[in-house]
Design a binder for this molecule. Structure first.
Ligand SMILES: Nc1ncnc2c1ncn2[C@@H]1O[C@H](COP(=O)(O)OP(=O)(O)OP(=O)(O)O)[C@@H](O)[C@H]1O
Length: 332
């Protein structure tokens, strides 16, 4: 059927036994093919639980998960949970054969019935993950990031339609991480696979995802495109997750000329700029953190401190007084 949902959870709940009623509650979500969906939320909010329910590693207590109209059965209903068309890679990349080389770790998953295809597909996977030059290396000799690439190539070997990534880049350093992120984006664009990922890193989800799903205390509170959620978060929680922002109460916000009846005012660092003015310079630079291409400054006036980015390195040393302009704020 043309309008059959791809991967869908309907009113799914899974609450663990324990002192606190933790887990996920009444989750309804439609995952689309050929895009990257990222699930974000604070630690313990239920991200991994949701991922495992979608993948069939956990059985829901209520609701159902289906893939192209077919029910996904969890371990309570099925001896070997999961679905042939879905694969998961976690941060541990733990199903690798450390004593075999990279090539064999991948080729072994492909059928022997067509050796020409086996060779061609293994090569293609290694090329997609930028590992062709390491084909002969023993996996035990690889770095954490390289092992992660092999794990992803293995997961893709049989052309699944859905790839789950649970904090896949945690062990990987920044430069390697960006390369891997780009490769995953390219694979999604080239193959039409759906990627569903969980990550703690706002920069990562903002740059990688097409759709963000925000989860708090086991419930989805909002979802949408990264740009939309970043610029217009409906919830204070989402703004705090996505930006290293300043949070003020409405009294403190008055010192920036912001009047609101709502309790909390959120200002992202990039919404504050230093301006030249003849007015008394009431904001004092009280902290300065070197961040490589920019400095993160904390400016203080009475009991109010705000964070901003400064690209003019060294121009505003500690103790310097400045005037500022706030171009935008959010209130909750
Ligand atoms: N097997 C379990 N038994 C009991 N409680 C559990 C179990 N697994 C998870 N929980 C609890 O359920 C809640 C959600 O856990 P989950 O791992 O899904 O959160 P998360 O958002 O992925 O967290 P993190 O970002 O820290 O990995 C947490 O409070 C956790 O302690």
């Amino acid at each position: 059927m043309a309008d059959q949902p791809f991967l869908q959870a309907k009113a799914v709940s899974k609450i663990y036994n324990g002192k606190h009623a933790a887990g996920v509650r009444n989750i309804t979500i439609d995952i689309k093919p050929a895009i990257i969906t990222a699930i974000i939320g604070e630690s313990g909010s239920g991200k991994s639980t949701l991922l495992r329910l979608l993948y069939g590693l956990l059985s829901p207590q209520e609701g159902r998960v289906s893939f192209k109209g077919e029910m996904i059965w969890g371990p309570e209903e099925k001896l070997i949970p999961g679905h042939d068309q879905m694969k998961m890679v976690t941060q541990h990349a733990d199903d690798l054969n450390l004593f075999a080389n990279v090539w064999d770790n991948i080729a072994t998953l492909l059928p022997n019935t067509n050796l020409a295809y086996k060779k061609e597909r293994s090569e293609q996977l290694l090329r997609q993950l930028n590992m062709l030059h390491m084909a002969d290396k023993k996996v035990a000799m690889l770095s954490g990031g390289e092992k992660q690439r092999v794990a992803i190539a293995r997961a893709l070997a049989l052309k699944p339609e859905v790839l789950f990534l649970d904090e896949p880049f945690n062990q990987v350093d920044t430069s390697f991480r960006e390369g891997l992120q780009r490769d995953i984006r390219r694979i999604v664009d080239e193959t039409g696979i759906a990627v569903i990922m969980v990550s703690h890193d706002p920069a990562e989800v903002l740059s990688m995802a097409d759709e963000l799903v925000v989860i708090r205390n086991g419930e989805i509170i909002e979802h949408g495109a990264p740009q939309e959620l970043y610029n217009h978060p409906q919830n204070f929680y989402t703004a705090k997750l996505l930006s290293n922002c300043t949070v003020l109460d409405n009294q403190q916000a008055k010192s920036l000329g912001i009047e609101t009846e709502l309790q909390k005012v959120v200002i992202y660092p990039e919404w504050i700029s230093i301006v030249q003015s003849f007015m008394p310079k009431k904001w004092i630079v009280t902290h300065s953190l070197f961040k490589g291409p920019y400095e993160e400054l904390v400016l203080t006036h009475d009991d109010v401190s705000i964070k901003m980015f400064n690209l003019e390195m060294g121009k505003y040393p500690l103790g310097k007084g400045v005037n500022i302009k706030v171009s935008k704020h959010l209130a909750y």
